[in-house]
Design a protein around this ligand. Structure first.
Ligand SMILES: [Zn+2]
Length: 241
């Protein structure tokens, strides 16, 4: 029987307990390679991804959910609320809060004015325009940050791409292609700078050896603080847009 892709799983409280039933947004994932049932919180969608190996059914998934109910509810509650691109919405840009202001009569697409992202044109195009604007800003800012690091190490990325990855902020392919999450544009510049320095250093050392970390150290003093910032604030960045 095919599983529904997503559903709200209702877990009634144990008999006699004065608790409301837990309502848990679940996305089912059947995996031919999984060995066991597992749970994963997806911060982007605000749901629990339950992976089921070939012979396990929905019942096995629900048993595991029930076993970890407190943990799951706590993790879901800790997720930042989703932020949609809409007039008045506040989001980070370079670590500073900016509000989206819709100015239908003005021209110029989308641009920054003080602490606001001004978006012109029809309301229906606003989400798209904000998204395009943030990606363009990400490309510009990340490109600018890469230049001095690449020069310092005497390397040159083949190309810099933007992605919307959920599990990594940056990556370096063996052919010298660097990829970054456009969402880094929301982080403070020193955090993005660390991620850029990290990937640029991979152009010299495509590993995480002592030599690699020495190069990173040479490029930025902010490694620990940036890693910590991304661990604490990164999930909220995934909830934007
Ligand atoms: Zn790395």
């Amino acid at each position: 029987m095919a599983l529904p892709e997503s559903e709200i799983v209702v877990l009634p409280p144990p008999r006699g307990a004065l608790a409301p039933a837990a309502r848990i947004p679940v996305r089912w994932r059947a995996s031919a390679r999984a060995r066991r049932v597992s749970l994963l919180i997806c911060p982007r969608e605000g749901e629990v991804v339950v992976t089921l190996p070939p012979r396990a059914g929905r019942r096995a998934g629900i048993a595991l959910l029930r076993q970890h109910e407190a943990w799951v509810l706590e993790r879901l509650a800790a997720l930042a609320p989703p932020i949609e691109f809409a007039p008045g919405a506040k989001l980070l840009l370079g670590g500073e809060t900016h509000a989206i202001r819709h100015e239908p009569r003005r021209r110029g697409g989308a641009f920054i004015e003080g602490r606001e992202i001004v978006v012109t044109g029809a309301r229906e195009f606003l989400p798209r325009r904000v998204g395009d604007f943030l990606r363009a800003e990400a490309k510009r800012r990340i490109g600018a940050l890469a230049v001095p690091h690449a020069a310092a190490l005497g390397v040159k990325p083949r190309v810099i791409r933007l992605k919307d990855t959920r599990s990594r902020w940056g990556s370096c392919a063996p052919d010298g292609t660097l990829a970054f999450s456009w969402r880094l544009v929301m982080a403070p510049e020193w955090v993005t700078d660390y991620v850029v320095a990290h990937e640029i250093a991979h152009l010299r050392e495509l590993n995480h050896s002592v030599r690699f970390w020495a190069l990173v150290e040479q490029l930025t003093p902010n490694r620990d603080a940036a890693v910590e910032w991304l661990r604490a604030q990164g999930p909220a960045l995934l909830r934007v847009g």
